[in-house]
Design a protein around this ligand. Structure first.
Ligand SMILES: C[S@@+](CC[C@H](N)C(=O)[O-])C[C@H]1O[C@@H](n2cnc3c(N)ncnc32)[C@H](O)[C@@H]1O
Length: 380
């Protein structure tokens, strides 16, 4: 899996369903090669600098994995034997803590991801014990090294997880509200809407400010994980601190000035206060105007803007007002002529009462929830 001449190797970036295309474009932008889209993942190749850059800069990746060994296995015993063929001391130190995570796409040979993880862990620790008489320990909460197993039928891929914690954990969400949108999904949505980064961006139901923050970072070309302290690769034996610092500095040097206005509102005080605190974490306070405001109280015709929001979902935040979507449609029609409106919702039935014809409908997932990203182009 390593090309010895170019020092390039294969990697897999995992994402949400529906964001594969945007992720592939992001990978192209950072100079990744051999980019191939798959289901909830994009395969690519590159060297160590691409690995570091992908963790710092990709907005729509949840994890970046480095495959180290692939094989077929049709039983737990076969899996155990083949996992033992990897020279584990290349990747894990005796004093490291580690954890094995497994995802099973589909397989008649393996049904339980926990059991596959357990067998893999057994093979790893048994190899250490055989050679050194000691073994590294497992840490389920904060392991230094994460090993990822992917099972597809009888095809098993072992990867080292270069991200550690999921990349949606940017580190800026110091204050939460109920039902915040996932950061990776929010970034993906902003990218899918093709916002020109000049026209005012508005989130009229901003909650904790995730969409505003991700949009602001996109407009500033700010790497989403530039403030994050830890990545899995920092605990790898081949970690190159100088290279990492160089890449981080290059990304900071590539930031640009924000050229647009951004506005967020919410009818509760709590979310506005949370947004304010979160936005300050990424140095966007001066660029985002926040106010407590009920969207349905709009009385003035708004200038043309780019609106992105996720209204309360039936499943996660109950919508008490039966006329919520029809009021939303009326407000948008009356006060937002010539604006481009994008909303994500899992209320696929209720949203119909908005009374506007979507120009685009994109299927996405917010965690396990099936959602639609709907676009309404409004005209005067
Ligand atoms: C699903 S949450 C948004 C979450 C947000 N995207 C985040 O990441 O934190 C929906 C938000 O809409 C707000 N909201 C609901 N109805 C509203 C209205 N009529 N006007 C303004 N805000 C409203 C709620 O207070 C809630 O914070």
């Amino acid at each position: 899996m390593l090309n010895k001449e170019t020092k390039e190797f294969q990697m897999t970036a995992k994402t949400f369903h529906g964001l594969e295309e945007v992720l592939a474009l992001e990978l192209k932008k950072i100079g990744a090669k051999k980019i191939t889209k798959a289901k909830r993942a994009v395969y690519f190749s590159g060297d160590k600098s691409i690995l570091y850059k992908s963790n710092l800069y990709l907005r729509t990746a949840l994890k970046v994995l480095k495959p180290i060994y692939s094989f077929t296995a049709k039983s737990e015993h076969e899996l155990y034997k083949k996992v033992k063929k990897v020279s584990w001391s290349t990747y894990i130190d005796l004093n490291d803590t580690f954890l094995v995570d497994t995802t099973i796409s589909q397989s008649k040979f393996f049904n339980h991801s926990k059991y596959v993880s357990q067998k893999t862990k057994d093979a790893i620790v048994d190899q250490f014990r055989d050679i050194y008489g000691r073994r590294p320990s497992v840490n389920r909460i904060n392991p230094k090294i994460r090993v990822n197993i992917h099972v597809n039928h009888a095809e098993i891929t072992i990867s080292m997880d270069s991200s550690g914690d999921s990349l949606h954990k940017r580190g800026y969400r110091v204050h939460k509200v109920e039902a915040p949108i996932n950061e990776v999904l929010a970034a993906g949505i902003v990218l899918l809407t093709n916002w020109d980064k000049k026209i005012t961006l508005k989130d009229p139901m901003c909650g904790s400010g995730t969409i505003l923050i991700e949009a602001g970072m996109i407009a500033k070309n700010q790497a989403p994980n530039i403030f994050r302290k830890n990545f899995g690769f920092m605990f790898w034996k081949d970690y190159d601190l100088k290279l990492f610092q160089k890449i981080k500095q290059e990304l900071i040097n590539n930031e640009v000035e924000l050229l647009c206005n951004m506005e967020g509102s919410d009818y509760h005080y709590g979310p506005i206060s949370a947004s304010r605190k979160n936005i300050s974490q990424v140095n966007l306070s001066r660029s985002v105007k926040l106010k407590r405001f009920n969207f349905f109280d709009q009385k003035k015709i708004s200038e043309k803007c780019h609106i992105i929001f996720n209204p309360p979902y039936g499943e996660r935040l109950e919508i008490k007002d039966p006329d919520f979507y029809s009021n939303l449609g009326l407000t948008l029609k009356k006060y937002y002529p010539s604006s481009s409106v994008w909303l994500i919702t899992s209320d696929l039935e209720k949203v119909r009462s908005i009374g506007l014809k979507p120009s685009k409908k994109i299927s996405l997932y917010n965690g396990p929830l099936e959602c639609n990203l709907l676009n309404y182009e409004l005209y005067e």
